[in-house]
Write a new protein. Sequence first.
Length: 432
Amino acid sequence: RIQILFEHSIMKIRNLAALCFDMDFSLVNYKLDTFVPMVHRCIAKTLVSKGTYPQSLVNLEDNDYQLMRRGLILDKVTHCIIDVSSKGHILSALRGLQFLSPNEIEELYPDKIWGHFKKFSSVLDDVGNFLLLDSVFVTPTIPIIAKQIDRILKAGAHQETCHKFYEDYFNALVTNYHPDVFKKNTGLYFPEMKKNVSTYIEKSPESLVKKLKSLRKENIKIVLITASHVDYTELLMSHAFGSNWQSLFDLICCRAKKPGFFKLDAKSAPFFTWDKENKDYSIASVSEITPGSIHLEGNWGTVDDWIKKHAVDGVTDAAYIGDSFKSDIVPTKAYSSWKLIAIVLEGKMCVGSEDFTRKKQKIVDSIMKMGDSWNTIFGPSNENPTLYGGKLLSCPDAILSDVNVFADIDVDKELVFKEDVGNFYDFYPLYK
């Protein structure tokens, strides 16, 4: 285990009243080797269909995987994709297809300091001209951004051309990912997922199903809180856990508008119930949530009140399990009183991945380790972590590489978090 300096907090699963799970890349695992190329293809084809972008954007070369990594920031002022340390220093910068030298970085960022770091880093909100590349729904598109910016800059085009591309890029994400698109069956992403869900989503192991059932027998409430809409949730959860998946949960919350779900109160972010017959929102919001119904939107405080109301033997603490730094990890710690278990998929590479085929391993290693292009998501070193690496050393009470690891954790095991060291439960972070 990692050497501990001093104690910060201890958590036992048995001492929790509830466990709240995010879905995508948390409770449900995606197959990265097929999912990543598909996401790239959907966004690229959407852009190309506008008629102003070259067909070559759709091509995904082996080297393109080296550009993909979570936790990078698109700076729409300098047209760089930057990797920032936990103290605001620019660790690396990609402009077009060119990684900048230290001198070139300093020309764009005096003293190699990102001036917007303080405002941006506290809660990871996208502000103004900056976009956080946070999830695997977005990181496969980094080669698209890099190639198009490279093409624009080499052509000597003006700022307006770059910003028109950023607008088209954002619209391509909305066209494919907006929750309402699933029902309309438009875009490229959802139709592909409907047609070939088994190609992109893993079946959950029986050990995880048994774990969820056993926790409920221990009077620990199991709650699903996902930003995905009801229809997409049904598609993924039915594949991963079977058609009776809803029986595993005491409470189901869909279309949770995270991070607002954690920031806002019941007045600003009320819950609605799902009308099964009309497959739509209920007309009026609800002040209380009840088992047996699917709830939409809402806020963590109302869920916490429900957990406390149904607490057994005075146990009222809850823990949230999620993977997104922007939507799950940082806001849970910043705005709620819940404990936090972070799922960090990059940890799989640190554990070792003997179950991957050679082809899969090549892709997964590129996404998680980054070869010689970027630092790993954790940073150059424990003393100089990335923005994300720093959050991992300060936010989660425990860090897992996979939700399936959770299935093997004894309910009485002490999960010990140490300040400035964290609690990497099943892997050592790989710094480079």
